[in-house]
Design a protein around this ligand. Structure first.
Ligand SMILES: Nc1ncnc2c1ncn2[C@@H]1O[C@H](COP(=O)(O)OP(=O)(O)OP(=O)(O)O)[C@@H](O)[C@H]1O
Length: 737
């Protein structure tokens, strides 16, 4: 049904679009209009077209199944000149972008979304109903605002069987979320806007209100109604409560969400509450805090799901997915999880993603020692530099966020490298070593296809390492590694003396020598393996690629693309396994720019022990927007589902028993545990900001184990300088890099 205001219907493009009778100008595509009409019929929804006043100007306003569209009513002359001005603007797609492939994908999606706008005309304002938070009516503008913030939506009198009263309201307010594209570097913040429509005919206002309410019902299933909120008043600048009051509460009220808030009194209280209380009244859990608080919430929900299904908490056969989705409001010191999910650590943006109800699965890692699962981790696990920072920073919490800078510098200067062995389960195409971004690597973004794809042919790596398949592989690997131990130890010793600083080829050859590959039954040294003609190409591009990548290419030609264990030993400045990019305001690209939120893989970043200047290069490249650590010769990046870490491979059982153990950083026992450690020999693991002192751990990625209210970051699209990859490395010591 089309209801239109007879006074002005049919005289402008908007009306002709809707009716689909005429096609005028470049903006209207008859096919699209037909499709739209078909959709309308299928969904049996009314189309409303009326003239309203918006800020005392007359607008033609259209409501169809998905969109509210409004277009200024004005003289043809001024409209034509505006159109001309508009067409002069440079299209966004013409701008060069940093990650072209990813930005192109995102642009495609945006175009799809905006195709509606093209159908309506370039001067139309369009809001998708998916972004509408609330609709309210009233006899005045202020009355609509008052009504919008009222908590309960009373059922209409009609629904209760009473006769409908004569409508009197002449104002209608639509509250919707809008992404702010303030600049190329700042395109991920959202805010709430209000569109107030005025019409003297209160029947029209009532009709619009009813239609909007019924169309919004479509989204009600995915939107939160009853929310459990944990507020950590202790994290970050101790502003959790204020952030919630100022940035979240108004939006939560506007969305009509019934929120129950708990202010935490101690560490681990969130986990304990989630594991012991009845959660059935809630349909989502939210935390206001930093990464440690998020980790607590995720651990609590996963352990609760395991407990509810009577799964062994230490050695489960399978890890069940919690049924409650989570929302995260940033109020910590780093807020890397929120930044990686939304591309910003703006609290209102995080709240908007929660109230709009769009969710995506987030990978979570389990961390195990010999006794079973220690904890689950959602962001990053770091040994070496990051571990030292976490271990030392807690005692300086009184410094606030500055504690990371202070302990960061201390840990940086005192890092002499840590001996370790890493075993990873890799497929050939997951061996990224120094794979350059130009080779088609996509940044995870809103509507990311990599995360949507189902990994149907993957090994069952979501099963814990205690499951049969993993144990089998692990056992074989252990046997091989014992045979091979002596030889590799010699190599490792040599390796620690080497300088990788500016010799990529030499470094690649050394790395190649350090990698042992396990083809289930046979250990084949790189030298013995066939090199295909393509891998011996003399092109300069290929010459820059690591040798073991070339070997990997030859494997796939032999059809051997099953995951294999690879062992890497050496001395490292830092070993990091990232679940997300780990971006934050200080490091907008994060530790692993190309890590995906829901692909079931970890990015393992190995930073070899080199010299102080190279460590500085690494830090500068991690912090810069244009830097890419993968181009640095002493860094290797791998993508794996599971990896096993051993500190100092020749550790004795006595050493191990005296050192191992994990604790919360806030606990008093922390200092005690640290005091037992031999100075400078071992680092700790930093898992979501918590310290783990175990020296042998297995980390497994579990694909999309928890649902989070998010869309993923939108791609940063600053015009590039068309630099080659290497040019984007910042170096403090070489003018050419
Ligand atoms: N009332 C409280 N008193 C003391 N500790 C608390 C309290 N509530 C929560 N905690 C603990 O505080 C720890 C630190 O909080 P959180 O991680 O949120 O802040 P942060 O460390 O400043 O931020 P980030 O992790 O982003 O750097 C958490 O591990 C949590 O268990």
């Amino acid at each position: 049904m089309i209801s239109s205001n007879p006074a002005s219907a049919g005289d402008d493009k908007l009306a002709s679009d809707v009716k689909g009778n005429m096609v005028s100008g470049n903006h209207i595509h008859s096919e699209k209009v037909e499709n739209k009409q078909r959709n309308f019929q299928q969904q049996n929804c009314d189309i409303l077209l009326n003239t309203f006043q918006i800020k005392k100007k007359r607008y033609k306003v259209l409501l169809n199944c998905d969109h509210i569209v409004w277009e200024r009513l004005e003289s043809k002359h001024s409209s034509a000149s505006k159109n001309a001005r508009h067409s002069e603007k440079t299209p966004a797609s013409a701008l060069p972008v940093v990650n072209e492939a990813a930005a192109q994908k995102e642009a495609e999606y945006e175009r799809e979304q905006l195709s509606q706008r093209a159908t309506y005309g370039s001067l139309s304002n369009v809001v998708h109903l998916r972004e509408v938070v609330r609709v309210a009516k009233g006899s005045s503008k202020s009355a609509t605002v008052r009504n919008a913030y009222q908590t309960l939506e009373q059922p209409t009198r009609e629904a209760q069987g009473h006769a409908t009263p004569t409508p009197t309201d002449q104002y209608l307010s639509v509250y919707y979320a809008e992404r702010i594209v303030a600049s190329s570097t700042d395109c991920n913040r959202w805010h709430i806007r209000r569109l107030t429509l005025h019409n003297n005919d209160s029947y029209i206002v009532a009709k619009w209100y009813e239609n909007l309410q019924s169309l919004l019902q479509r989204y009600s299933e995915t939107r939160v109604k009853r929310l459990l909120v944990f507020i950590n008043p202790y994290g970050g600048r101790k502003m959790g409560l204020q952030i919630f009051e100022r940035s979240c509460k108004p939006t939560i009220q506007l969305a009509g969400i019934d929120a129950s808030c708990i202010i935490t009194q101690r560490a681990n209280q969130i986990r304990d509450i989630l594991m012991s209380h009845d959660l059935t009244p809630f349909d989502a859990v939210c935390c206001v805090g930093g990464d440690g608080t998020v980790a607590e919430m995720i651990n609590g929900l996963i352990l609760r799901a395991m407990q509810d299904r009577n799964v062994c908490l230490r050695k489960p056969d399978d890890i069940p997915k919690p049924h409650l989705p989570i929302a995260i409001i940033p109020a910590g010191s780093t807020d890397a999880i929120v930044y990686s999910l939304h591309g910003t650590s703006d609290a209102q943006t995080a709240t908007i993603h929660m109230v709009l109800g769009q969710r995506r699965g987030l990978d979570v890692c389990s961390i195990r020692n010999n006794d079973g699962i220690i904890r689950f981790c959602a962001s990053a696990m770091g040994y070496g530099y990051l571990g030292d920072v976490a271990a030392k920073s807690e005692q300086y919490r009184w410094m606030g966020t500055k504690r990371y800078e202070y302990t960061g510098v201390k840990a940086f200067l005192s890092n002499r490298g840590y001996e370790a062995e890493v075993k990873m389960l890799l497929k050939d195409d997951e061996t990224k070593g120094t794979l350059s971004p130009s080779q088609g690597e996509l940044i995870c973004h809103a509507n990311c296809e990599t995360c949507r794809k189902l990994a149907s042919n993957d090994i069952d790596a979501d099963k814990p390492s205690s499951s049969h398949s993993s144990l089998h592989l692990q056992h074989k690997m252990e046997t091989k590694s014992t045979i091979d131990n002596e030889h590799s130890r010699n190599l490792d010793r040599n390796d620690s003396d080497k300088d990788y600083s500016n010799k990529p080829m030499e470094k690649q050859t050394q790395i190649k020598a350090l990698i042992k590959e396990d083809y289930d039954d046979v250990i084949t040294s790189d030298q013995e393996r066939p090199i295909s003609p393509s891998s011996t190409s003399t092109s300069s591009d290929n010459a820059q690629q690591p040798q073991y990548l070339q070997v990997a290419a030859s494997d796939s030609q032999f059809g051997n693309n099953v995951p294999k264990w690879r062992i890497i030993r050496g001395e490292f400045f830092m070993i990091t396994a990232t679940n997300i990019t780990c971006a934050c305001t200080r490091s907008p690209n994060g530790m692993s720019k190309y890590c995906h939120l829901g692909d079931g893989h970890l990015d393992v970043v190995l930073v070899r022990k080199t010299n102080l200047l190279n460590n500085v290069r690494f830090v500068i490249n991690t912090m810069g927007r244009n830097g890419d650590i993968r181009n640095l010769p002493f860094i290797e990046v791998y993508r794996t589902k599971q990896f096993i870490f051993k500190a100092k491979p020749n550790i004795t059982p006595q050493d191990y028993n005296s050192i191992r153990g994990s604790c919360q950083p806030i606990a008093d026992s922390y200092a005690e545990a640290d005091a037992n450690r031999p100075e400078g020999l071992y680092s700790s693991w930093n898992c979501d900001g918590e310290v783990i002192n175990d020296l042998e751990i297995t980390i497994t990625s579990h694909r999309q184990l928890i649902d989070v209210f998010m869309r993923g970051p939108y791609i940063y699209s600053k015009p590039s300088l068309n630099n080659s990859d290497n040019k984007s490395i910042f170096c403090c010591c070489h003018s050419d890099t």
